[in-house]
Ligand binder design. Structure first.
Ligand SMILES: CC(C)(COP(=O)(O)OP(=O)(O)OC[C@H]1O[C@@H](n2cnc3c(N)ncnc32)[C@H](O)[C@@H]1OP(=O)(O)O)[C@@H](O)C(=O)NCCC(=O)NCCS
Length: 208
């Protein structure tokens, strides 16, 4: 691009002409798609979750339970010819039923190199859509840092508002009443209604 720089009057100099080099093209991020996990993904899920246990203060998962519950997971994948099966799993999240009406988002992880591009949101949105299809009224999550979920329209509530979680997991947990986690819930009907009005509450709002 040629740019003419005017140095103002009376300087007796000819206008300078500068050539700005065009910005180098941005390296396009590889396309990321979402799919339901299958049992064969369990070893990869195990490694991915284990690698972020401390950072996300995630619940440790065994290989066996990941294989058993694989279809509950959504995984984010990128084509990668250098790995087995030609795809790399770069994110995961599970929708675990706690009762007929409440399901929990668990084991939400995105690889470091794939963060900040909306993948975490897309996976939670996908699980929200799945939860609606499967007839759940609410989804919940438990996290030490609630900001990610709150920005998606979830609300922080007292743990006692999610008795299903207390019955399902907390009673048997050594940290019961002292875990430091926030209980975060999203009413799916309300979120769906809001998505129709263009207000916040992202679940159901965007396509994955
Ligand atoms: C939490 C975690 C899953 C988020 O993954 P992510 O893919 O980076 O999440 P997103 O990109 O959807 O959102 C992160 C930010 O990117 C922004 N963003 C960037 N591009 C975006 C896009 N195209 N669409 C939506 N959001 C976008 C979001 O606004 C969001 O900003 P915020 O932090 O101010 O809310 C990831 O940090 C992680 O794996 N952490 C370790 C494990 C963990 O903590 N798990 C959660 C335990 S509850």
């Amino acid at each position: 691009m040629r740019v003419v720089v005017d140095n103002g009057p009376g300087k007796g100099r000819r206008p300078q002409t500068t050539t700005l080099s065009a910005k180098p093209p941005r390296t396009a991020r590889p396309v990321t798609t979402l799919r339901a996990a299958v049992a064969a993904d369990a070893p990869t899920l195990h490694v991915l979750i284990a690698a972020h246990l401390e950072e996300g203060r995630l619940l440790p998962r065994t290989l066996g339970e990941l294989a058993d519950h694989a279809p509950r997971f959504v995984v984010a994948i990128q084509d990668d010819k250098s790995v087995a099966r030609g795809e790399r799993i770069i994110g995961c999240a599970e929708l675990a039923p706690l009762s007929k009406t409440v399901a929990e988002v668990r084991s939400l992880v995105v690889s470091h190199d794939a963060r900040q591009s909306g993948l975490g949101h897309r996976m939670v949105e996908e699980l929200g859509r799945r939860a609606r299809r499967e007839g759940f009224a609410r989804v919940c999550a438990f996290a030490h840092d609630a900001r990610f979920f709150v920005r998606m329209g979830f609300s922080i509530v007292p743990h006692t508002w999610v008795p299903e979680k207390i019955a399902h997991d907390c009673h048997s947990c050594p940290l019961f009443r002292n875990c430091g986690q926030y209980a975060i819930v999203l009413d799916l009907e309300r979120a769906h209604a809001l998505s129709g009005t263009g207000k916040s509450a992202a679940v159901g709002n965007r396509r994955g």
